[in-house]
Ligand binder design. Sequence first.
Ligand SMILES: [Zn+2]
Length: 283
Amino acid sequence: MGTSEPGTERLQRWIAGHRRVFALTGAGCSTASGIPDYRDDQGEWKRRPPVMIQAFRAEDAVYRRYWARACAGWRRFSTAAPGAAHRAFAAWETAGTLWRLVTQNVDGLHQRAGSRAVIDLHGRLDVVICLGCGARTPRADLQTVMSEANPGWQSVAEPAPDGDADIDAAAVDAFVAPHCERCGGLLKPDVVFFGENVPGERYEAARAALAEADALLVAGSSLMVYSGFRFVRQAHEAGLPIAIVNRGRTRGDDLADLKVEGDVGSLLTDAIAARVPAGDAAR
Ligand SMILES: [Zn+2]
């Protein structure tokens, strides 16, 4: 920091200087796709904090509210398209120097843009698991079940992070929440809720990938969630170069060798395009 060199050029040089980059991405990569971020530029909650796993399991009202909001927000979430940041990462992977992509997002948009070497750190919203019997079912199927169980139910919904929506209390009260068709158990999207840990095997896979990387790039995350921040600490302790691209401050700024502020999609698109000249992507 502190030089007058434009961010894109510094980022381009940083990317060109490494052969096995471990990238960690967050909500800032998906905001352009219409999926809002939880936090503002200062890393503070923009709105009511998300549901905690303990309350989700223990309180009927919390469970019902979660699924009412999820039902209302699904169409918007499921029709979101990959944006510039997702496409830039896919192009970078094709170019061969993006080693592994670990995302805190649960929207699957990196994969839909063409990325392959992805670890979904916090899971995926398009799969539902039963907390009783462990059955896994497509989230899209559950949408049909919820619609049939709530004929005529609708609400004016504002989209919110993680595929849910802000809806009014009366609509929540009227909503019939879904349960497992096999065992009657509670259903939960296959994502890591606040208050839950990342599954150990998944975390170890990401940790091992970082151990084999030669640099860490963070894109579109404030790093306020420890499950993401700990990779920055691991990289720092291993002496790896760290670059952060984000709009606003992050918890990792003091550990970064390069911090570029601005729109993640356009910054990465420009930097990767410079790194990967047209027609050179298959090299
Ligand atoms: Zn079940």
